[in-house]
Design a protein around this ligand. Structure first.
Ligand SMILES: [Zn+2]
Length: 499
């Protein structure tokens, strides 16, 4: 999945600006960031996009409650999402806002007109089930016991005249696309779920709302009485950010997206509606849609009313960026729901970061400093590269080399399968290997002598640490840099003080 010559395009979904960022979007952003950083290490020309989805009635309502105009409200919330880049150390290349009239709106209008040109947009009187929670018309198939499965609420019946998109026309093709993995949906269980929906036949979907009911949105280009509804507005961000046009070099270079990283609540939009739009536009389809689960808190869904929302800003302020990145990727299974508690967080922090990598680095660097021996190959080892090579004939010894090779192999396999937790487990396996080696060889016992045995032991450990720093680069970029620096300066400074 990760090999090709064109630019590599990775996106998160765009976050809805009715509430400030919570830990769930932080997770998605970090997952996408790790993929982006990993692909850059492999030498790919990566474009990593994130942003905010700002239109719709829910935003208007939230703004009213805050006694602000929708514009001011969105500016403030969007700025908080934008700030995630800084606090989570994200490497995104761009940040798109759907209220951006210069960057986003022209793309949306163009998409609308091109869909219309294909004969895929038509007006019709409509009566449908509308869930105000979803802010969407839903079908009977979406209901369990007459209620929306996401909001546990009975939908209202709404009658109005809207524009529709002929999704039904593409239903069979979308089914085949999912089945044949033209778009690879990860994990497999999500693919099967989407395939089941497609097999039931996709219905045409409402693509606009009357302007009188939805003023906060992009007007339909040739009908001022209607506002473009979320699909053609929000999903289009992925191409408007590349200035969607045959002549745009960015668009030519990066489209189709290689990875859309999304949450399970919006998989239908991405796996069923988005391909329909792209097929109508005659554009290539995204290659992979990676679907993550939700973060729960003590087993419960995070929600304002329960008062259990974890604020990523507070978390980072208390523990630092890398511990948050580490916990979310190590503890939360990539495609399942996962639970957050402060107790678990601190346990992981102390065992894996303070006692694990932190302790190993400080032990090895202290030995280097005390040993009074030159290790001329250190510089080469800390260079970023995705495979290990031998700095000298004796170092690393064959056992070390085999262990490091095995770790790289498992690490790459895990990352290419989006198994972030497995990749980290693999690195920590190498850390334990080094710890065991130190215990067995006890190099400090001959610290004062200039013995070759000691030099070999420490040399092997340094070589392993250089590789560990490389492997950590996508996950814990700051820590990786600190380790590299300590390998150079031979000055041990605690990476993660115990809490
Ligand atoms: Zn709903």
């Amino acid at each position: 999945m990760l090999v090709k010559t064109k630019g590599f395009f990775i996106t998160t979904s765009i976050a809805y600006t009715n509430t400030p960022p919570h830990l769930g979007f932080a997770l998605e952003s970090i997952q996408a960031d790790i993929l982006a950083r990993y692909c850059r290490l492999l030498g790919k020309d990566v474009f990593f996009l994130t942003g905010t989805d700002e239109h719709g009635q829910k935003v208007v309502k939230a703004a009213e409650e805050a006694k602000k105009t929708p514009k001011k409200f969105c500016d403030e919330i969007s700025a908080k999402f934008k700030k995630l880049k800084e606090i989570l150390n994200l490497s995104n290349d761009d940040f798109i806002r759907t209220t951006d009239k210069k960057k986003h709106w022209p793309g949306v209008k163009k998409v609308w007109l091109n869909l219309k040109k294909q004969g895929d947009i038509y007006k019709r009187k409509y009566q449908g089930l509308y869930c105000s929670g979803c802010e969407a018309f839903i079908t009977k198939k979406d209901l369990i016991n007459g209620k929306c499965t996401i909001h546990q609420k009975e939908p209202e019946i709404i009658k109005e005249e809207n524009y529709f998109f002929k999704l039904s026309k593409y239903s069979k093709r979308i089914e085949k696309i999912i089945e044949d993995e033209v778009i690879k949906i990860i994990p497999e269980s999500r693919k099967n779920e989407m395939l089941n929906f497609a097999r039931q036949g996709l219905e045409d979907i409402s693509f606009s709302r009357p302007r009188k009911d939805l003023k906060w949105g992009i007007p339909v280009p040739d009908d001022k009485t209607q506002t473009i509804y979320v699909w053609a507005d929000a999903l289009t961000n992925y191409i408007s950010a590349l200035s969607y046009s045959k002549n745009s070099s960015k668009f030519k270079k990066y489209w189709p997206a290689d990875i859309h990283c999304i949450g399970k609540d919006i998989q239908k939009f991405h796996c069923l509606i988005w391909p329909g739009i792209l097929l109508s536009l005659g554009l290539p389809l995204p290659r992979t849609i990676f679907v993550h689960g939700f973060i729960t808190v003590k087993g419960q869904k995070m929600s304002k009313s329960l008062g259990n929302v974890i604020d990523p800003f507070k978390l980072v302020k208390k523990y630092g960026t890398d511990p948050v990145r580490y916990f979310l990727l190590r503890e939360i299974l990539p495609t399942e729901d996962g639970d957050f508690t402060y107790r678990k967080f601190e346990e992981r922090y102390n065992s894996d970061l303070a006692s694990g990598i932190g302790n190993l680095v400080s032990r090895v660097i202290t030995m280097v400093a005390k040993s009074n021996t030159e290790f001329p190959f250190m510089e080469a080892k800390v260079k970023m590269r995705m495979k290990s090579s031998s700095p000298s004939k004796q170092i690393p010894n064959s056992v070390f080399q085999a262990e490091i090779n095995k770790t790289w192999k498992n690490y790459k396999k895990a990352l290419e399968g989006f198994k972030f937790n497995e990749a980290l487990k693999t690195i920590w396996g190498l850390i334990s290997f080094c710890d065991r080696h130190i215990e067995k060889e006890r190099p400090w016992e001959e610290m004062k002598s200039a013995g070759w045995r000691k030099k070999k032991v420490i040399g092997n450990l340094l070589f392993a640490l250089g590789n560990i720093a490389n492997m950590l680069q996508p996950f814990l970029p700051e820590t990786s840099e600190k380790i590299s620096k300590q390998l150079k300066t031979k000055e041990a400074k605690p990476l993660f003080p115990r809490i």
